[in-house]
Write a protein that binds this ligand. Structure first.
Ligand SMILES: CC(C)(COP(=O)(O)OP(=O)(O)OC[C@H]1O[C@@H](n2cnc3c(N)ncnc32)[C@H](O)[C@@H]1OP(=O)(O)O)[C@@H](O)C(=O)NCCC(=O)NCCS
Length: 179
């Protein structure tokens, strides 16, 4: 599946993206706020593509030239819900592209796809405490605060953090669209 917005293409990852992925995912300001370790080599990035990114509803965020600059996905195996008609939204973007509203633009299209094409009834979205940039993305998209969990183990980083969970129901989505 390929999704498109005015500035972006959201498309499946493939192994040839390893070099571009490494360029952005090796930045220590990108992975750790989301709970994962910076990539250590192009081969490591290729492994992540093969094991984690080449899956349905996981998209490389690209400008129209097709080169990946970030990732956005819907996770239907999330521990945020056990309902089959709900999923979790996740995202990150290469640092050179921060602050241009790229992830809000990509997420809006992915939410449309989730609610209007996949028939999803609710989308959850988490962030760790202090991740103000991600909080702004969630607020701008219209997610509503749901709950906070303390004492979360971030296993890759061996840290304990507090997490905040936001929710968008299909009803919220429909209301936002009509505004
Ligand atoms: C969170 C993230 C995806 C936001 O993507 P984005 O496309 O830059 O989103 P926006 O352009 O809407 O910017 C969101 C906020 O980031 C902040 N911001 C923007 N550019 C910034 C920069 N260069 N440096 C620091 N903060 C910046 C601003 O507060 C902005 O909010 P505003 O629009 O009210 O000013 C991106 O910062 C990122 O990948 N961060 C690291 C990984 C991560 O935290 N992922 C989410 C895990 S829950």
């Amino acid at each position: 599946m390929i999704l498109e917005t005015s500035r972006l293409i959201l498309r499946p990852w493939n192994e040839n993206d390893a070099e571009e992925l490494y360029k952005y995912a090796s930045d220590p300001e990108v992975g750790p706020p989301a709970g994962w370790v910076p990539h250590t080599s192009i081969e490591y990035s290729r492994g992540i593509i093969k094991t984690l990114l080449m899956h349905p509803e996981v998209y490389a965020v690209c400008f129209k030239d097709g080169k990946p600059i970030g990732n956005i996905h819907l996770n239907f195996n999330t521990d945020m819900t056990d309902r089959k008609d709900e999923c979790e939204l996740g995202y990150w973007l290469g640092k050179p592209f921060w602050g241009q509203g790229i992830i809000p633009e990509a997420a809006k299209e992915l939410l449309r796809h989730a609610f209007e094409e996949l028939g999803v009834n609710a989308v959850w979205c988490g962030r760790y405490d202090n991740n103000k940039k991600s909080r702004r993305v969630q607020e701008k998209l219209g997610f509503v605060y749901h709950h906070t969990t303390e004492g979360l183990l971030v296993s890759q980083l061996n840290e304990i953090r507090t997490g905040h969970v936001m929710l968008m129901t299909s009803e919220t989505w429909t209301n936002l669209k009509s505004k």
